[in-house]
Design a protein around this ligand. Structure first.
Ligand code: ADP
Ligand code: MG
Length: 612
């Protein structure tokens, strides 16, 4: 009795894209099938660590590719873990990988799938680029029953019971008319060598009467010597291990020797993965013990701020039968992590010398990497030194903290920064006026993380790291302009304090402003206005509100005049109206909403009219 089942809607969409796209590199389907076969062998190898008998019957692991030019079929077989009925339904009828689901969504949004197939790798479903029917015979290790799965990639799939002598999977493709070349052994050998040479298991090509031939090198790529590995092989291995299809920005292959020995083959992608900010994302490193795959879930292997790194760590010094739970608290893992991080940082330092090259990395991952400044206490100076920021010194180029220091003014003791939503808006923030006047550079920080790292980096190379709101005392300089009368100014700030007692904590004067009459800031040490806004949008909480300070510029003609007006009791309503306008202006400059937009625009029109 055959069970007819439907594909999940997303699979149907994906298949539709795969079948109808004119993607020219159709040969990648073989890479996908071999990659799955290799994963299946890895899984069984791991299972055999604890259940040694389970893989006995099927013999040494291998992957077999069998073309049949008469029948026009191509079969990829493995003696790996195999699949039972549930596995077939769950893995080959639905999309478990959110990456693939993301792919489908992307295509729906952007129209063309052609380029994207190569970038994402659509896995098993790529078989339907070259086949109009796929038949799978599979038997799961440790189970008696075998199953047959058949589909034309359009109307769902059928599952029936079948026979298979041992565990493993045969995937038979009934090739389309225009895909007959995939029975040509010379072509097949070429494709396998190009895309799958790094696979750790022998890939055996059946040559019919001429016997069979192992086509690949069949040794784990990371265990080979650097000099024996080509750039393309490194790249293909990255595609295999990361399931990403961009090119790596960095490839780092090393052997650590000392009291613990391990090999690392690590990559930094060039494109950010879709799940960079998803809490349930997978770790990017696979842990092997002497070429046996152990786990890709050892989070302790790499710190969070390097979560975009992909690759393999292999150490023969870890016990083979170590449980995944034990790994989480292993001192050896901690040592490996330490060593790996310092190698990566060293490598980044080398690449940081080339600004344009480094920016490719920075624009993809800088926002995550900066988390290291507060996450990794022992490396925070180094991480901060490898970080780039927008600054008032340059409209386009980002700067490092060291470059900032090299431009510091005589006697300047701090690195100043301001935070906000948008660099362009920040450049014009009134809080920067005195800095501009004195020619002091200010970093313009716009990532949420920028609210946090400066608190764990109070100093960098002898310079205090300071928000401009804390720079009041540093900013006094000699000024020649007329200043409002002290007494009247005091009256004005008192009046305004009373008027705005529900909105601001304090009204004071400042030396920081040169062009604007007034500006908003917060009490020293309190959450910045930008952070407060972030908290509000993310948690819809206003409980954290910092105390606002309205700062007046005593040199501004408007403030001088307003202070003078306090002498006349009859002017009070006018003063209050203008004060309200000043506070609203200050709010706008900070990216905040005015308290009463219709009042504000009505008054503004009135004043504009008067000026005309
Ligand atoms: P991915 O390999 O990224 O998980 P695929 O579409 O290539 O995505 O494969 C989907 C799933 O189907 C695999 O995760 C695996 O569980 C199962 N699978 C595919 N091929 C095999 C195979 N040869 N042996 C066992 N399981 C397989
Ligand atoms: Mg796959």
């Amino acid at each position: 009795m055959a069970d007819k089942l439907e594909f999940q809607a997303e699979v149907s969409k994906l298949l539709d894209i795969v079948v109808n796209s004119l993607y020219s590199e159709k040969q990648i389907f073989l890479r996908e099938l071999i990659s799955n076969a290799s994963d299946a062998c890895d899984k069984l190898k791991y299972l055999a660590l604890t259940t040694p008998d389970i893989a006995k019957a099927s013999g040494a692991f291998k992957i077999t590719v069998t073309p049949d030019s008469k029948a026009n079929t191509l079969t990829v077989s493995d003696n790996g873990i195999g699949m039972n009925r549930e596995d077939l339904i769950n893995h080959l009828g639905t999309i478990a990988k959110s990456g693939t689901a993301e792919f489908v969504r992307n295509v729906k949004d952007n129209g063309s799938a052609v380029d994207l197939i190569g970038q994402f790798g659509v896995g098993f479903y790529a078989a339907f680029m070259v086949a109009d029917k796929v038949e799978i015979i599979t038997r799961k290790a440790g189970e008696d029953k075998a199953w047959k799965w058949v589909s034309n990639g359009v109307d769902g799939f059928e599952i029936t019971e079948a026979e298979r002598a041992v565990n493993g999977t045969d995937i038979k493709l009934f090739l389309k008319e225009d895909a007959k070349n995939y029975t040509d052994t010379i072509y097949l050998r070429h494709i396998i060598r190009t895309y799958s040479d790094h696979i750790d298991y022998p890939i055996v090509l059946e040559l019919g009467e001429a016997g069979e031939e192992t086509v690949n090198t069949a040794s784990a790529l990371w265990m080979r010597h650097k000099s024996e590995i080509t750039e393309d092989q490194y790249k293909e291995f990255y595609h295999h291990i990361s399931k990403n299809f961009d090119d790596p920005w960095l490839t780092l292959h090393f052997k650590a020797e000392g009291n613990i020995e391990y090999t690392g083959l690590l990559y930094i992608p060039s494109e950010p993965p879709y799940d960079l900010f998803q809490p349930d994302r997978k770790t990017g490193l696979k842990l092997y013990v002497n070429k046996v795959f152990i786990s890709d879930k050892v989070e302790e292997l790499i710190p969070n701020y390097l979560r975009f790194v992909r690759g393999v760590i292999d150490s023969a010094d870890l016990p083979l039968n170590i449980s995944r739970e034990m790994l989480q608290h292993s001192a050896l893992i901690e040592k490996i992590k330490h060593g790996t991080v310092s190698r990566l940082l060293k490598e980044l330092k080398k690449r940081a010398g080339n600004y344009d090259d480094y920016m490719k990395f920075w624009r993809s991952f800088g926002i995550v990497f900066k988390e290291g400044i507060y996450e990794d206490f022992s490396n925070r100076e180094e991480i901060a030194g490898l970080s780039y920021f927008a600054s008032t010194a340059d409209d386009e180029k980002l700067t490092t903290l060291d470059a900032y220091i090299s431009r510091a003014q005589e006697g300047q003791k701090a690195i100043y920064y301001i935070t906000g939503d948008d660099v362009r808006v920040l450049r014009n923030n009134p809080q920067l006026e005195a800095f501009k006047e004195k020619g002091i550079e200010v970093l313009l920080l716009t990532d949420p993380i920028d609210e946090f790292w400066p608190q764990t980096l109070p100093n960098y190379k002898g310079f205090a790291v300071k928000h401009v709101a804390q720079a009041q005392a540093d900013m006094s300089f000699e000024r020649k302009e007329a200043k409002a009368d002290e007494g009247s100014l005091k009256k004005l700030t008192d009046m305004m304090s009373a008027q705005f007692k529900d909105e601001v904590g304090k009204v004071t004067t400042t030396e920081k402003l040169t062009k604007s009459p007034a500006s908003l800031t917060v009490e020293n040490g309190q959450m910045s206005i930008h952070l407060e806004r972030l908290m509000r949008t993310h948690q819809q909480q206003t409980a954290f509100a910092s105390t606002r300070i309205l700062e007046l510029n005593p040199y501004h003609p408007l403030i001088i005049k307003l202070a003078d007006m306090t002498a006349n009791e009859a002017d009070k309503p006018k003063i209050e109206e203008i004060s309200r306008m000043l506070l609203d202006q200050a709010k706008i400059a900070e990216g905040e909403a005015v308290s009463d937009p219709s009042f504000f625009s009505e008054k503004l029109s009135e004043y504009i009219l008067k000026a005309m």
